[in-house]
Write a protein that binds this ligand. Sequence first.
Ligand code: PMP
Length: 355
Amino acid sequence: MSRFLSGKYAALEPYTPGEQPKTAVLTKLNTNESPFPPAKEVTDAIAEAAASLQLYPDPDCTALRGAIAKTFDVDPDMVLCNNGSDEGLYFAFMAYCEEGTPAVFPDITYGFYPVFAGMTGTDYREVPLREDLSIEPEDYFEAGGTVFIPNPNAPTGIPLSRAQIDEILKHNPDNIVVIDEAYVDFGTESAVPLTREYGNLLVIQTFSKSRSLAGMRLGYVIGCKELIADLNTLRFSTNPYNIDRLAMAAGTASLENDRINIAHCEEIMKNREYTCGELAKMGFEMTDSTANFIFVRHPEIEGGELFAELRKRGVIVRHFTKERISDYNRISIGSREQMDILLREVRDILDGKRR
Ligand code: PMP
């Protein structure tokens, strides 16, 4: 840190993204990316847009917002596009958290939430998960602050139903509720239809996981038009050109060809069931994940040890040292071939321990 950094950031602990290895690794299952590259229609659209990069992009993001609105059957004024859904989350912290209005989120959840609280100088309250690592909706009734819930939760992958989100909304008429749906497309009910009903709901989604565009940085927020206008005030006050021409073209083409993304999601869900079945046969315990990752532990090997052993063999998963979950590893679901490599190495590690 230099002596010039503003005192207000001196204690900030930045978010640590999952490792992006610089050398070729065999099997990268640590940051929940899609194993499938974007469709040719998407890369063609990017190439075409590249020819106009001397011009600024449309600050209203009209074409992409239109495509998102059509996909979700909402008004384009209910959509805001972001440079990755992390930016949408940051805007929501900026807009709706302040002294007396803390952020309220699960004690085990996406590690960026406490960082956003730090960035925006707001307090936060962590709500403990139940013993089985699921979220108890009632714990969020009359939350006394702005609620942030990933659905499904990360890193557990455990979902809430739309009816449960509806209950949380009903019991928070005076609080904003933000549902972070980064992993919704792998078998979780979306809360987007509720945005037409509730003036206090924001749903945040991303092109990073189910639409194979993590490298593009593209996300969006859906909510009533007054809330989206709030977020636009912040956007136009920080970075009005937050969506570049390539991302706008990629996102629009991706939604126009969404059947390809949906087929990829179905394949990932199939690979998830297969991997869970094989790991269960080896004695693993796991949460009931509806995400493109699973959260697993084994009674005979510590989470950190399994992580390190896999790492040595060129398979990267994600291990968190946080108290209640340090026995677990989060494993992204990739192609069948990647999962077979993982399973082979895990089997070998367990055999080695038993010998
Ligand atoms: N929410 C959750 C729960 C996540 O795990 C992630 C990915 N790290 C994000 C939001 C952000 O995704 P992106 O910025 O790539 O859209």
